[in-house]
Design a protein around this ligand. Structure first.
Ligand SMILES: NC(=O)c1ccc[n+]([C@@H]2O[C@H](COP(=O)([O-])OP(=O)(O)OC[C@H]3O[C@@H](n4cnc5c(N)ncnc54)[C@H](O)[C@@H]3O)[C@@H](O)[C@H]2O)c1
Length: 364
């Protein structure tokens, strides 16, 4: 049997209760490589619920008391608080010699995200972001299609995320923290942009050179509800739009290459191949359509968690302290904060990789 990892959860809210914990409990009883030892949450009602749902778990009112009382009894900390607290919890975990699995966005500022990467390298502990959209079956099918049905050199990627409202946190704490900048660091770009950007980085195989954006807010909030971004990539363009003001909930992704394209709308995947040269009405094409059930409507994305946890475990086994996903997470934060800087300066193009060198250095 593989090594059993002992987890301390920090923040027992929506995603921890409905996404991470059920996946861990199932895995504990099947694969047998994980135990939830402790939970820290600042809200008493959430600590009580954790004790009901995870028999025998020890609970703490904050991450400091958990990390100190559980010294020697934890292997990693799973951070699922609002993003403004991710960095200080990660630093405390690294100081105690623990690995870190961290919800997105990894941090809300470039400097905080960078300091997390640097600390993981110094502490020789793994920092791994919950970039779970990469583990959605339809997104895995896109990767497979890109590997096996070449559409040629990719020149353009578009990603649209439509939501009818911001996601709500658990009612016992602050359900609308996503609309309070001091907890969230921003609006839909901070909340959802990571998913958009790490997918784009993967499909174009690069990080952006520069970003320009416009943002808008409906309602009396200090965080944006709609954003449109253009990313100038070394070999193409990314056009991303995200909104909490949509009339329906859906993701629509398109990937355009020299010899065809891919379109995804939730579970539907269409791969189009160009068969010959352009005629009067464009080239002849062949399209194949697939349905890849991916449970997009389940916002906990519990079904995708196991595959992600396998990668976290593998990174621990390989001593891959700051791997590709962690660097993607840093570049997501950098892209989002650059998009905000652009939106605040009349959509001026903001360079994104010019001085990112330190964070992008090799891993171990
Ligand atoms: N990857 C995904 O698909 C996905 C989906 C939902 C949420 N998330 C992320 O998960 C994180 C939490 O989101 P949520 O929807 O579960 O929020 P939530 O409001 O439901 O839960 C947050 C919990 O953290 C607790 N908390 C707040 N500050 C704390 C602190 N400093 N220490 C300990 N506990 C603290 C609150 O009491 C609450 O129980 C965010 O980073 C969010 O972006 C990711």
């Amino acid at each position: 049997m593989s090594r059993r990892l002992r987890a301390g959860l920090v923040g027992f809210g929506f995603i921890s209760q409905n996404g991470h914990t059920p996946a861990y409990l199932e895995r504990r009883d099947t694969v047998g490589d994980i135990d939830i030892v402790a939970v820290a949450d600042i809200c008493e009602a959430r600590r009580r619920l954790a004790q009901e749902l995870i028999p025998g778990v020890r609970v703490y009112p904050d991450h400091e008391s958990m990390i100190s009382a559980e010294a020697g009894r934890l292997d990693f900390v799973d951070i699922a608080t609002p993003p403004s607290d991710h960095p200080r919890i990660a630093h405390a975990a690294f100081d105690a010699g623990l690995h870190v699995l961290c919800e997105k966005p990894m941090a809300t500022t470039d400097a905080d995200a960078r300091s997390m990467l640097e600390h993981a390298r110094r502490a020789r502990r793994v920092l791994f972001p919950v970039h779970n959209y990469k583990h959605a079956p339809v997104v895995k099918a896109i990767r497979n299609a890109l590997n096996t049905h070449p559409i040629g050199k990719i020149q353009l990627v578009t990603l649209a995320t439509y939501r009818t409202t911001h996601a709500k946190g658990v009612p016992e704490w602050r359900p609308d923290w996503r609309r309070e900048r001091r907890y969230s660091g921003g609006g839909i770009a901070m909340d959802h942009g990571a998913h958009t950007f790490y997918l784009a980085f993967d499909w174009l195989g690069a990080y952006p050179l520069a970003v320009s954006a416009t943002a808008a807010t409906i309602g009396d909030y200090d965080t944006e509800s709609t954003i449109s971004c253009n990313l100038r990539m070394p070999t193409g363009t990314v056009v991303a739009s995200l909104t909490w003001n949509a009339g329906f909930r859906k993701v629509i992704y398109t990937i355009h290459g020299e010899r065809g394209g891919i379109r995804v709308e939730d579970d539907e995947l269409e791969v189009t191949t160009i068969l010959g040269p352009n005629g009067a009405s464009g080239p002849q094409t062949r399209s194949e359509r697939f349905v890849v059930p991916s449970l997009w409507k389940d916002a906990s994305h519990r079904a995708w968690f196991n595959s992600l946890f396998d990668e976290f475990k593998a990174a621990i086994d390989r001593n891959d302290f700051v791997g590709r996903d962690a660097i993607d997470a840093y570049m997501c934060v950098r892209t989002i904060t650059s998009a905000y800087a652009s939106a605040q300066s009349g959509s001026r193009e903001i360079p994104t990789v010019a001085d990112a060198g330190l964070a992008l250095q090799g891993t171990a």
